[in-house]
Design a protein around this ligand. Structure first.
Ligand SMILES: Nc1ncnc2c1ncn2[C@@H]1O[C@H](COP(=O)(O)OP(=O)(O)OP(=O)(O)O)[C@@H](O)[C@H]1O
Ligand SMILES: [Mg+2]
Length: 264
């Protein structure tokens, strides 16, 4: 059963067409990875799923209900079913870790202070950082901050967790901790995970299914094995990390002879 359905989504910003007919059904319990070059609209796609952006054309469905046309107040209650780990992983710097995690519980539930504290501590344990509750975000490493942001994202026990480049900026070991955490939460909480990443190791490790976004369309949709075997140049180029003709064209235009060394 589909938990999320994107039907023929179109989105442009001025003259820049970002999504040009994206259709995608996401099954409950699936770990879906979205890949694609920088600027192809991966974050824009995630924001449509949670109603932070509205499509110019097309529809977004969640649990068999259309949500893209809901008023903001109704959307806010829909959003409580989603955990969102943003690309810029924003924690509130002026409050400690536990208060950060407790924040959505205070905002969206009527639970007692004690219950909220217990739940926040439980989430912190889940991400493997049981002892940092009293610390301020500034005192944590980048990897720890990501994990605290993840604890906050799961505070309301969401049905779907969206991760926007969760391993960017982390060393390979810390990245793998995040990968393992995504897999662990997927199993323990039986959530649907949607992970945007550039990191192919991470994609191959996590994904039940991978889709690739390119030029406003989904150009690949399949399993890890199918992706590895794909003969599509765009897919292979992305896996190997080698720039193709299209990517190099811009560099060639700026040949050394065209750069003027005026300040020498
Ligand atoms: N609110 C906005 N207003 C105007 N343009 C936007 C807005 N949000 C995104 N864009 C543009 O849409 C395009 C896609 O942006 P998006 O952030 O989705 O890329 P991305 O695939 O997530 O890239 P990256 O991998 O670098 O995070 C970019 O060219 C970006 O500048
Ligand atoms: Mg992005």
């Amino acid at each position: 059963m589909s938990v999320i359905e994107l039907r023929n989504l179109h989105k442009r910003f001025g003259r820049l067409v970002v999504l040009n007919g994206v259709t995608l059904n996401i099954e409950a319990g699936q770990a879906l990875v979205i890949i694609g070059a920088s600027g192809t609209g991966k974050s824009v796609l995630l924001k449509h799923i949670v109603g932070l952006l509205k499509p110019d054309k097309g529809e977004v469905w969640f649990n068999q209900k259309r949500i893209d046309n809901l008023p903001e107040r109704r959307l806010q209650s829909v959003r409580t079913h989603f955990g969102f780990l943003f690309q810029m992983g924003a924690l509130f710097d002026s409050i400690n870790v536990i208060d950060n995690i407790a924040f959505p519980l205070v905002e969206h539930t009527r639970k007692s202070k004690e219950e909220i504290l217990n739940l926040a501590n439980e989430k912190l344990k889940m991400v493997g950082l049981p002892d940092v509750g009293k610390k301020m975000p500034m005192e944590l490493s980048g990897g720890q901050r990501k994990r605290v942001a993840l604890a906050r994202a799961i505070a309301l026990s969401p049905q779907v967790i969206l991760y926007d480049e969760p391993t960017t900026g982390l060393d390979p070991i810390r990245s793998d901790v995040i990968n393992e955490l995504i897999i662990k939460l997927q199993k323990e909480l039986q959530v649907t995970s949607i992970v945007v990443t550039h990191d192919m190791n991470s994609a191959f490790k996590i994904a039940d299914r991978i889709v690739m976004l390119h030029d406003g369309h989904i150009v690949f949709d399949g399993t890890v094995d199918e992706m590895k075997k794909s003969e599509d140049e765009r897919v292979q180029g992305f896996i190997s990390g080698e720039a193709g003709e299209a990517e190099l064209a811009g560099l060639r235009a700026e040949s050394p002879s065209s750069i003027r060394l005026t300040n020498l």
